[in-house]
Design a protein around this ligand. Structure first.
Ligand code: NAP
Length: 341
């Protein structure tokens, strides 16, 4: 299976490293040979020389780290329009386009167009970029269905923790009727520090930034938009609700006061940023949940509860991010696609 990896940041480089370290084992265990045939970052595209040539994943990572991706053999400026890039991928026999480029809900139109161009040429897509899925998931799912090609996105929710796979598995025996949980580690860390250390929001945010959990611009996390993107993906993939981020009612955590946290604690509760999806709608908002329940996770841990048609509730907890963890979710998707062919 020939792969193009778009985005050479933390996740894209980890995907290349896993291709190098686990490729032979995955080939013998699943019969799926994973071959790197193209990569890109914001400035350069590097393509294998022919439809039988390949790129060395570790050489790509080394070149990227040395700032020399654009001088590798087969490199060209990254300014190819989406359809032209898809055409080149088709000519090179690329089977799956892996999108590890940045999530930005405001500029999701371009990566969405790129994914649609790939799907139209029957090139499968694996994405950890949440932007296209949050803003255009119904259209992307329809394009994949129409072109009979795979669109996978395991790493978009829960990083390496198989939240989406758990939802799909549960759907086989019963129907998942509602989902709620913590899908953003940064806000969980902040609320957890506010509760356990009695810090003010600004102090907890500064600590999250110091530890690298929060970006310099924390808007996507603290204002709830990252969680909103993930609840859209969960709703489409697990509940079959064809929604986009515009349909989510979003409230972030900036307005959560130490007083609210203290009064929650007095009632045996904790305040968490809860993403919820059901037939009643999609929401992201701070809510009081039981301190003794599965949603009271510490640090930056994620936790998601699935309510089944029988009334049973199943919860999954784990790390929601991390380059290697997210890259491992990409590999799971690639193996799934490879074993279906
Ligand atoms: N890191 C995690 O733990 C994690 C977990 C789950 C999901 N994700 C998602 O995974 C994606 C990548 O995350 P990351 O942490 O690897 O980000 P990152 O370190 O910021 O890397 C982003 C990469 O994308 C490249 N890029 C930017 N614009 C591009 C374009 N138009 N075409 C091709 N490449 C482009 C950047 O190029 P330059 O190097 O030239 O700047 C960079 O190499 C994001 O969508 C993120 O939301 C990340």
């Amino acid at each position: 299976m020939r792969i193009f990896v778009c985005g050479m940041g933390v996740v894209g480089r980890a995907v290349c490293e896993l291709l190098a370290s686990r490729g032979p084992e995955l080939r013998s265990r699943y019969g799926v040979p994973l071959t790197l045939a193209g990569v890109s970052d914001s400035r350069a595209i590097v393509l294998a020389g022919s439809d039988s040539a390949e790129l060395d994943p570790l050489a790509v990572v080394a070149a990227k780290q040395a700032g020399k991706l654009g001088t590798m053999e087969g490199a060209m400026p990254a300014a190819l329009p989406p359809r032209e890039l898809a055409g080149r991928c088709q000519t090179l026999g690329i089977d799956v386009f892996v999108d590890c480029s940045p999530t930005d809900l405001k500029t999701a139109a371009m990566p969405t167009e790129r994914m649609l161009a790939m799907l139209a040429l029957r090139i499968g897509v694996v994405s950890v970029n949440k932007g296209p899925l949050a803003t255009a998931m119904p259209a992307l799912l329809e394009a994949a269905r129409y072109n009979q090609v795979q669109l996978r996105f395991s790493g978009t929710v829960g990083g390496g923790t198989p939240v989406l796979a758990t939802g799909s598995t549960l759907n086989r025996g019963e129907t998942v009727t509602a989902i709620r949980g913590i899908v953003n580690g940064t806000t969980n860390f902040i609320l957890w520090k506010m509760a356990t250390e009695r810090w003010a929001f600004d102090v907890a945010l500064a600590e999250a930034q110091r530890l690298g959990y929060a970006e310099t611009d924390p808007t996507a996390d603290v204002d709830g938009w990252d969680a909103a993107a993930k609840v859209v993906i969960l709703a489409n993939a697990v509940l079959g609700i064809r929604a986009t981020v515009q349909q989510v009612s979003v409230t972030g955590i900036r307005g959560v006061t130490p007083e609210r946290i203290a009064s929650a604690a007095a009632a045996g509760k904790v305040v968490k940023l809860i993403a919820g999806a059901s037939a009643a709608g999609l929401t992201v908002a701070p809510q009081e949940v039981d301190a003794a329940g599965p949603l009271n996770t510490s640090g930056s841990l994620n936790a998601v509860e699935f309510t089944l048609s029988s009334g049973a509730v199943v919860a999954i907890t784990g790390r929601g991010a991390g380059g290697v963890e997210t890259a491992s979710a990409v590999l799971r998707d690639l193996i799934d696609i490879g074993t279906m062919r």
